[in-house]
Design a protein around this ligand. Structure first.
Ligand code: AMP
Length: 281
């Protein structure tokens, strides 16, 4: 196929391919593949910001716990390449695990601040160290001017934004609103795990977020709204990890709309599948 993006598997090949791109702006879209319309929105937004667009596809083993789904995570490289060809992406950075973590690899970036907010970090303590380390590597490998991340993973977006600034990585991190299915369910590579019955109740998370945001905006007490929302999510059959109202920038607990912009964040398991979502008030 013509215009198929070049696929780069080693750091040396990436460096060679990137050299001529450096005359213009470069945008990076980091992904774990199994691309859906949410990822593709990041790519189209990247194209608006930079002449050259690189998409990375790497299922990063260090952000999965041994009990999680690293082995079964969907891998759909051929379909991903078709979609990225249609969008005229310049290059796909798909390192092998050995290229990313060579024998003897012994360094880890340990983010604090938003990474210790007591949300995802409480349930996936390994996660942000894994993400921060791999994203630092992706940024230094590709050296993009922009990097696009989804608001879908809101805490991750906060952590990466802070890290790029703290470490002077020279990358502007851009957050893109969540792309949803018609019924409100946030698109996710993990939605393929849902049975028909689970898929039917999955939009409860977004429904509760939306209703809760409206109630908080109207002045109802945050604690009560969160408690009732949690009840509704559990009643629908989820095992709830958290439903919380946090300061939208620091992710610290927040008691009132007067104390700053609020973000509602939720994580819950339906059957074996863990879903996350969030919404601004
Ligand atoms: P992942 O492949 O799940 O690691 O996601 C790669 C990037 O796509 C991350 O920045 C995600 O936040 C973003 N993303 C995932 N799902 C969506 C969505 N539904 N809408 C917008 N961005 C998304």
């Amino acid at each position: 196929m013509t215009n198929r993006p070049q696929v780069l598997r080693t750091v040396a090949a990436l460096r060679r391919a990137m050299a001529p791109y450096r005359k213009a702006d470069i945008a990076l879209v980091p992904t774990m593949g199994a691309l859906h319309a949410g990822h593709l929105k990041l790519v189209t937004e990247a194209k608006k910001r930079a002449r050259r667009v690189v998409v990375s596809i790497f299922v990063n083993p260090t952000q999965f716990a041994p009990t999680e789904d690293f082995g079964s995570y969907p891998r759909t490289l051929e379909a991903d390449m078709k979609a990225l060809t249609a969008l005229k992406v310049d290059a796909v950075w798909a390192p092998t695990a050995a290229a990313m973590y060579p024998e003897g690899f012994a360094t880890r970036v340990a983010p604090e601040g938003a990474a210790l907010a007591g949300l995802e970090d409480k349930f996936r303590p390994h996660f942000f160290g894994g993400v921060a380390t791999v994203v630092t590597k992706l940024f230094t490998q590709v050296q993009p001017d922009f990097a696009l991340f989804g608001q879908k993973d809101y805490q991750q977006l906060c952590v990466v934004t802070q890290m790029a600034s703290d470490l002077d990585l020279g990358v502007k991190v851009v957050g893109i609103p969540t792309v949803r299915e018609k019924d409100g369910l946030a698109m996710s590579s993990r939605n393929v795990y849902l049975s028909e019955a689970e898929r039917a109740v999955a939009p409860t998370l977004y429904r509760v977020l939306k209703a809760s945001a409206q109630r908080i905006k109207r002045g109802e007490p945050i604690e009560m709204v969160m408690e009732e929302g949690a009840g509704e999510i559990r009643h629908a059959g989820f095992a709830l990890d958290y439903l919380e109202a946090r300061h939208a920038l620091s992710l610290k607990p927040i008691a009132s709309v007067k104390d700053g912009p609020i973000r509602l964040l939720v994580a819950a398991k339906i059957g074996k599948t863990r879903l996350i979502d969030n919404l601004g008030v």
